[in-house]
Ligand binder design. Sequence first.
Ligand SMILES: *Cc1c(COP(=O)(O)O)cnc(C)c1O
Length: 398
Amino acid sequence: MLTNEQIFAKDKEDYIPVFARYNIVLDHGDGPYVYDTQGKKYIDFLAGIAVNVVGHNYKPLVDAVSRQAAKMIHCSNLYYTEVQVEAAEKLKKLSGMDKVFFGNSGAEANEGAIKLARKYATDIDPEKIQIISAIHSFHGRTIATLTATGQDHYHHGFGPLPAGFDYVPFNDIDALEAKMSDKTCAVMLEAIQGEGGVHVPDEDYLPKVRALCDKYNAVLIFDEVQCGMGRTGTFFGCQQFGVKPDIVTLAKGLAGGVPIGAFMATDKVASAFHAGDHGSTFGGNPLACAAACVVLDALINDNLMDNVKEVGSYLKSKFEAYKEKYPTLIKEVRGRGLILGMELTRPGREIANECLDYGAIINCTAGNVLRFVPPLNITKEHVDELIAVLDKVLPKYA
Ligand SMILES: *Cc1c(COP(=O)(O)O)cnc(C)c1O
């Protein structure tokens, strides 16, 4: 077995250094816990960045993936499989959308959503190409999705970027209205911004965005890759605000850790795509769909979203109490359900790093926001374990 130091050295030598990794080597997981190679246990409030929605080593998921792997891991989309139509049907049931397409990641789901919106809009008017997204958004790392991502540092060095993209401040309806016209193809938003720092819009913002999209016949795309899959307490984050999109994307938690992405659309918009307009070699393959079926069943049958509401509000109340107690360290507590952020008055990485020493995995995003996106089936007792760690770490920085 390699020592940690040997692994760090090999990674440095062999891997393209795009990740600012923490110095632990993970080995296995169980429920809301992960274990490093030395056997040290961590309570996992990052869950692979909102991916392990049913926790680690979830028996029905392990069984379904093992069974499917033994049967057939992959076949081409040139043929039908029963498990793909099952996954599609469950997703339709939970989402209320009409049609689905499966890919492999969040970026790929968003890329497909952008393609579909462009096809739909340019069929109406070849100049209807403008895609508006929000500042501090995150939509992925492909050329089109990083262009849609409203953060300059992700664009730098990757030009020329595709044309037609515009940005507005999130939660500012006047700014959006000022940019829109009949040439607007789509408005693309996260209902709750995740990577940008867990930003929740005002109650009336998304309904007003919906109205503007209707006025200009623009496609409303919600990127629910992070805040979807029940994480807010409703299947989609946009449902928190009573708004229905024309296209919506999912990935991260959809198959509980097996790579997958999906975009869904209304019949009206989906009808713009015809044979040959889009595709994927791996997308919706039997292994990923078998995994997705288990996760979607857990959402349908196990009251997971009720658990999210209950445990999420418990966790948030603990954070609110910290804010009262440490007003010079904690600026704001934000989020819904189990996508919560704690904005600090100082950088957060050191704090996330120190939590590792005490056995908790948390994440820092946007420089100074501690982000909490745990499995959706955690209990209040698990929250108490996290709080016991934060009780030790936060006072040192207050
Ligand atoms: C993570 C994320 C993506 C990108 O997903 P990948 O699977 O990494 O491509 C896109 N949108 C949002 C909102 C995300 O959180």
